[in-house]
Design a protein around this ligand. Structure first.
Ligand code: BGC
Length: 275
């Protein structure tokens, strides 16, 4: 059996299968590529973005490992069930789930439509439930394979600094991420007995399409940087490297934790003087 001390830093995920939701762009893409660098085979989930998903698969194959595109709306029970069944049929099992898919539909509450509220809760929170349920079922069915990992499975939630930082104008989003935090911790408590490890990453401002308007324009970027003590916007690879570590046996004693990968954004930078 593999022991923590003899883990090498290359191919840390060799022979493992990772399913990343929302992997055709942004943080999900960054995680998919970082996992592939460690030898994992990757299921690249997307919705309505096949060309970009196929590009991610090509990039992964050029690294010498395998990948597969699976289209599914994570907020749809039937889609998620079919996606997991296809992943297991193609790759034999799933070892790691990354609940990454997420959306924003911003509006002040008095103008927010029911659809804007519901879409965000459906994708960000219900989607993570549906995917986690299938993953836990698969991990329990397969059981432990000691040559692959000390754990029977790993689930990583991509949450946000807004699981703790309130966000005016984004109540639906902040509510979904706060909910995700409690779901992650409760699930971690529940499945520890099955040797399934569950953790979260709370990204801050990472350069992706979701927040393009806050970094593309120099004035917007300047005001964003005031919220980031390390004074730079994050890149998808900043999240990918932490996700790899959380998925690997190097973090075997980390369970139910959230790692903030945010350049210090959650440190209340407004209090760096005064208070
Ligand atoms: C949001 C981004 C935002 C960042 C920091 C993320 O969760 O998706 O739009 O820039 O939090 O506020």
């Amino acid at each position: 059996m593999k022991s923590v001390s003899r883990l090498a830093c290359v191919d840390r995920l060799k022979n493992q299968v990772v399913l990343v939701t929302g992997a055709s762009s942004g943080i999900g893409r960054g995680i998919a590529l970082a996992m592939a660098d460690e030898g994992a085979r990757v299921v690249v989930n997307h919705i309505r973005d096949r060309a970009s998903a196929e590009e991610v698969v090509r990039e992964i194959r050029s690294k010498g490992t395998d990948a597969l595109v699976l289209e599914a709306d994570v907020s749809r029970e039937d889609h998620v069930e079919v996606m997991f069944a296809s992943a297991v049929r193609e790759f034999g099992t799933v070892d790691i789930l990354v609940n990454n898919a997420g959306i924003q539909r911003d509006a002040p509450v008095h103008e927010m439509t029911f659809q804007e509220w519901q879409a965000v809760i459906d994708v960000n929170l219900t989607g993570a439930f549906l995917c986690s349920r299938e993953a836990v079922r698969e991990f329990r069915r397969r059981g432990l394979i000691p040559e692959r990992s000390i754990a029977a499975g790993k689930i990583i939630f991509i949450s946000s600094v807004h699981q703790v930082i309130p966000w005016s104008g984004h109540c639906n989003y902040a509510a979904s991420k706060g909910g995700l935090m409690q779901f992650m911790k409760s699930l971690a408590q529940e499945v520890a007995r099955d040797r399934i490890r569950v953790n979260g990453i709370a990204p801050g401002a990472i350069r992706t399409d979701i927040n393009r308007e806050s970094w593309e324009d120099p004035a917007a970027l300047e005001s964003l940087l005031k919220l980031i003590p390390l004074n730079r916007i994050g890149e998808p690879r900043d999240i990918g490297s932490v996700a790899v570590w959380l998925a690997s046996d190097e973090s075997d004693y980390v369970h139910g934790a959230t790692i903030f990968v945010d350049g210090g954004m959650a440190l209340y930078p407004g209090f760096s003087s005064g208070g």
